[in-house]
Ligand binder design. Structure first.
Ligand code: ZN
Length: 146
């Protein structure tokens, strides 16, 4: 028997992925051009009078601005199986926005500030229905291609 594995995102409307790669989904203000991730309902720039936002893909690459290592298991709501300490990065996107995401594909001691990263999607855990619950992460790219 062939098991067909279903994959579901950990949260709706945060990211999209396919065999072609992954994209974060955000919004951009039609007036001032400010970007938001996760998506916002309207522009939060106090100087902006336009306020209407449109959905945009945020790009697949960024650079590591800062990071921390989560060494102990966080309380419920966050779920990760099997559990292992992991790094959370603050990643600067080409549009200037900084977003948080787990880092993968790199030993904790190899993480370097300003390293080029690209978006990927990996399973966090398998739910009670046997579906893989997926989240976005950032992984190192080869230097010079970012
Ligand atoms: Zn605006």
């Amino acid at each position: 028997m062939v098991e067909t594995l279903e994959q579901v995102p950990v949260a709706e409307d945060l990211f999209r992925w396919s065999g072609d790669g992954a994209d974060l989904v955000g919004t951009r203000c039609r007036g001032c051009g400010a970007h938001y991730f996760p998506k916002s309902l309207s522009c939060r720039n106090p100087q902006c009078e336009h306020k209407a936002v449109e959905e945009v893909l945020m790009g697949r690459r960024g650079r590591l601005h800062s990071y921390t290592v989560q060494s102990y298991r966080p309380p419920a709501l966050f779920r990760m199986e099997p559990w292992a300490p992991y790094a959370i990065g603050l990643v600067e996107l080409p549009n200037g926005l900084r977003v948080m995401g787990m880092l993968t594909g790199c030993a904790l001691f190899d993480i370097r500030i300003d390293m080029p990263l690209e978006l990927t999607v990996e399973p966090l855990y398998r739910d009670e229905s046997g579906r893989d619950v997926m989240t976005y992460k950032f992984q190192p790219t080869a230097e010079g291609t970012a």
